[in-house]
Each structure stands twice: as structure tokens, then as C-alpha cells.
Design a protein around this ligand. Structure first.
Ligand code: PLP
Ligand code: COI
Length: 354
């Protein structure tokens, strides 16, 4: 694929790495390309970061035809920059695209776009511990008509943001409220796709939880409101009586790459991992019997985020005395170790940017 680069006349000032936060600062450039049924993907270009110009009838603005991905570039101690399992993101984006009737991107093109863009913006990958360059590829329907139908014209964009920790708590345990009113997704819907609408629909519950002093919600399934699905915008895992239990991918859960990596690491190390339905009753029972040893969320942004307290129907349950558990810490150390190059990558998960 041919990528045209339009150089910026002036580059931005890099900011204090200690004050990065999440997703507020953007790099000098962005990648873009457009799709039409006649030409396929065309006009692949890297241009100075700036606002997009859209037709007011553009599909995305009315019918929410939008999908995105999230992955990071990590600065190793030797100064090199690497990605973590980027092909998984390219594949998941194509699965999301299939669900939303958006066009596919050939896997080799997806990887080449990431490689070329990150290589150009490499200097933006921060050095401070726990920081990284968050990459946000996204695609949206761009037909200039109000008709409701499958997307014909689309735009793909890749932007990047140097980030620190996702939660203000960092790796400290967060308080989570079990949501029994709103649901995030239903089977047959778009839960397994990473589409913007899922997040818009989850904001109300998240906001209500925050107002009550919680960081996020634990989602229950959309049919029976009984089975645990995800925590905020992360997958969730529990250590119950020595076994790691995580909700199985039923269609309403996003198949997380961090989730998959945690399962692979744990299984390699001899832990029993069960991917199955886990009801809120079973969880409550495990809490009361004192066998719920650990709970954590996992996702690219926070990597692994321990849950120190769960609230269900007004009752509060503290997990592991509100402290990070042994397995949670071990997973955090292992994954971040591989991502930042502190631990040798024996599984071919890292992808060096030249
Ligand atoms: N679940 C949801 C809803 C998400 O948005 C994400 C983030 O990407 C995840 C889970 C975790 O996925 P990953 O580990 O691939 O970042
Ligand atoms: C994650 O990376 O875990 C996320 O959920 C990203 C979020 C900003 C949507």
C-alpha cells in the first residue's frame, strides 16, 4: 500500500510526562484513508493532526456507524518502541466492521499502517514508568445521505495520544458497583464489536456509579440480568477458591486481547481458568463464604485493575481487604513486563517498530 506523507510545518511541544492522564494530548500527525465501493480503500495519507470535515448528513452522525480499536506503543528500557499483539486489534476491527456493515481492511495493510504511523511518531512514545503511546484507529460510515442502509462510503483514521494511567487510582484497587438496571449489550446486538454506540449506551450507568463514589459498574447480561459480563470497558476475572473464573464470550462481551493474554499466561503457569457463565448469586455466595479471593478488570488502557470493593443492591463487599491480590499483581507484572520489554517475550506477542 502507498502511504503519502504530508509534513507538518511546525511540530508540537512535548508535555510533562508526569501529567499525561489519558487521551487528552495528541501527536503531530494522523493517518487517514477513504473507502468507496468503486475504488476500495484509497488516498492513504499521513497528514498533520487536525479537525475532520464532514457532510452534515454523514452516516456516522445520524446512525452511529462507527467502530474503533485501542492499542499501545511501549518504550523499552533500551529505547526501542514496540506494540503488543497488534494483529489481534486488526482482526477485531475487521470483526467489528463486519457487524456494522463497514469495509474490511486487509490484515497486512492494517499492520503496515500501524508500523508506518508509529515509526513516524515514535518520539511521542513517553519514557516515564507506566506511560505509553495509545493508538486509536477508528472507522466510520461517511455516506452523505439520510437513508438508513448498510454503509457504502467510509473513512478510516488513526490518531495517537501519549498516556499515563487510565484510572486516577493507577494500580490501586477500585470500587465497583454492580449495575442491575441498564445493560451494556445483548446477544445478537453489538457487544462483541468495538463500536462507539456501546460506549454511549453505557455512560449513564457509569455516571450514576461515579456520583455514588464508585469508579465503574459491573455489567450483568441483558436478558436475565443475572450473569456477570464486563466491568466498565474492561473484561473481568475472579479468583474463586483457587480457580480463575471469567465470563465466557457469549456474543455480548468484547473479546479482549488482555483477557486472552491473561488466560494464556495463567494456563501456561498451570492455573485452572474457567470461561463460563458466572451469576451474581454465585459471586455473592463466594463473597459471603470468603472464597472470593481476588477480582480484577483487564484491558489495554489499565492493563490489570484490581477491584477492592463491590456494591450490590446497596450492600458493600470488600475483596482481599481492599488490597491488590497476588494473582492480580502477578498478571500485572507479567503483562507489563512483556509490554515494556522487561521480561523476555517467549510467545511472539511483541512487534518491534523500526
Ligand atoms: N471490554 C470492552 C467493552 C472494551 O472496550 C475493552 C477495551 O478495549 C476491553 C473489554 C478490553 O479489551 P482489550 O484487552 O483488547 O483492550
Ligand atoms: C481499554 O483499553 O481497556 C478500554 O476499554 C479503552 C477505553 C478507553 C474504551
Amino acid at each position: 500500500m502507498q502511504i503519502r506523507i504530508e509534513k507538518a510545518t511546525q511540530l508540537k511541544q512535548k508535555l510533562d510526562e508526569a501529567a499525561l492522564g489519558f487521551g487528552r494530548i495528541f501527536t503531530d500527525y494522523m493517518f487517514m484513508m477513504d473507502y468507496t465501493p468503486e475504488t476500495g480503500w484509497q488516498n492513504a495519507r499521513i497528514v498533520p493532526f487536525g479537525n475532520l470535515s464532514l457532510h452534515p448528513a454523514s452516516t456516522v452522525l445520524h446512525y452511529g456507524s462507527e467502530i474503533f480499536e485501542g492499542l499501545k506503543a511501549y518504550r523499552r528500557a533500551d529505547g526501542e518502541v514496540q506494540l503488543f499483539r497488534p494483529l489481534e486489534n486488526v482482526r477485531r476491527m475487521n470483526n467489528s466492521a463486519e457487524r456494522l456493515c463497514l469495509p474490511q481492511i486487509p490484515e497486512e495493510d492494517g499492520l503496515e499502517i500501524l508500523k508506518t504511523f508509529v515509526s513516524l511518531e515514535k518520539d511521542w512514545t513517553p519514557h516515564a514508568p507506566g506511560t505509553s503511546l495509545y493508538l486509536r484507529p477508528f472507522m466510520f460510515g461517511n455516506d452523505e445521505t439520510l437513508g438508513v442502509h448498510a454503509v457504502h462510503h467510509a473513512t478510516f483514521v488513526l490518531i495517537a495520544s501519549p498516556v499515563g494511567s487510565y484510572y486516577k487510582e493507577g494500580i490501586n484497587p477500585v470500587k465497583i458497583m454492580i449495575e442491575d438496571e441498564d445493560v451494556r449489550a445483548v446477544r445478537g446486538g453489538t457487544g462483541y464489536a468495538k463500536c462507539g454506540g456501546n460506549y454511549a449506551a453505557s455512560n449513564r450507568a457509569g455516571q450514576r456509579a461515579e456520583e455514588k463514589g464508585y469508579s465503574q459498574v459491573l455489567w450483568l447480561d441483558g436478558v436475565e440480568r443475572k450473569y456477570i459480563e464486563e466491568v466498565g470497558a474492561m473484561n473481568v476475572m475472579f479468583m474463586i477458591g483457587g480457580t480463575v473464573v471469567t465470563p465466557k464470550l457469549t456474543g455480548s462481551i468484547l473479546p479482549g486481547i488482555t483477557r486472552k493474554s491473561c488466560i494464556e499466561v495463567l494456563k501456561d503457569e498451570g492455573y485452572t481458568v474457567e470461561e463460563r457463565l458466572l451469576s451474581v448469586e454465585e459471586l455473592g455466595d463466594a463473597l459471603k463464604r470468603g472464597i472470593l479471593q481476588e477480582a480484577w478488570g483487564c484491558g489495554t488502557a489499565a492493563v490489570v485493575s484490581p477491584i477492592g470493593e463491590l456494591c450490590y443492591k446497596g450492600e458493600k463487599y470488600v475483596i482481599n481487604n481492599g488490597k491488590i491480590g497476588k494473582i492480580t499483581q502477578h498478571l500485572y507484572d507479567t503483562l507489563t513486563g512483556i509490554q515494556w520489554g522487561r521480561i523476555p517475550d517467549t510467545r511472539g506477542w511483541t512487534f518491534l517498530i523500526k
